[in-house]
Ligand binder design. Sequence first.
Ligand code: ADP
Length: 328
Amino acid sequence: MEKVVSGIRPTGNLHLGNYFGAVKSFVAMQDQYQCLFFIADWHSLTTHPKPENIQASARTILAEYLACGIDPTKAPIYIQSDVKETLELYLYFNMNIYLGELERVTTFKEKARQQPDNVNAGLLTYPTLMAADVLQHRAHKVPVGKDQEQNMEMMRKCARRFNNIYGVEFFPEPQNFYFGEKALKVPGLDGSGKMGKSTGNCIYLRDDDKTITKKVMKAVTDSGPTEPNSPKPEVIENLFTFLRIASTPDTYQYFDEQWNNCTLRYGDLKKQIAHDLVEIVAPIRAKIEEYSANTELLDKIAREGAEVARASASETLKAVREIIGFRK
Ligand code: ADP
């Protein structure tokens, strides 16, 4: 059975970008693939060098994963720092990837712009650590959002280069995978590119109904359609993206027709989006509260997940050492 691996950094609560871009696919994939999901606490040090309480933050994401529907009996969940094998593979990949290749990655350039006083080597080697996360399990598919496409390209480069240097067919070239549709970019509601923690434009899975509604109603729009059947400007396309991911196809069509015949009222559109998002988020929020209160269960799930992940990674690393020429 094909393997699936993906993770998210515990730098804040999960937002709708994480949910629709990644976690919803995690849940859909767990019945059909051999899945492992993790919480990327080492990766979070690239932007948050002195985390307040990294263990609590990891538990937060774990509770949110469970609330979204990941079932650890089907898809074990582990914390990245519990599997030290990752670091060894990270080191080998760093030996095979060139500085120029890492410097060209857009997410690196973006982060370097966002934190000019902390352009650390971890930020530069973010993709090789991500490659180690996935390839230590020799996974084939990685459910991530559209923003991760370049990191995925670097991951395939790590796999290819290792195979070429040592003349083996050992690592698969993992594919970015989005269950049911093509990779998704969840937009921000402030008219800016994507919903993201660093841009402060997120709707969180922990937001209450009122907060969600308020955020949606404040979404940036324009003065309205003037010509029938005209293309939608980006801010309006963004609202329709929400409609596409949160509402039914009929609802989408209804508002799309209103746009096309210039009768669309943005207030109505936003009310519909807020209503449909609340329907999705409210039950998840209730479960987050339930799981968050049960730290014993969370720790047990993470412990068991780490055992599975370590077993899988150590098997890979044994083979890798032998391929390079080290003692197994
Ligand atoms: P990290 O820094 O760990 O990548 P992010 O919150 O940026 O944390 O992303 C975690 C996951 O959520 C990734 O798979 C990413 O592709 C997805 N994701 C985040 N924001 C969005 C978004 N706006 N649209 C689609 N996917 C997203």
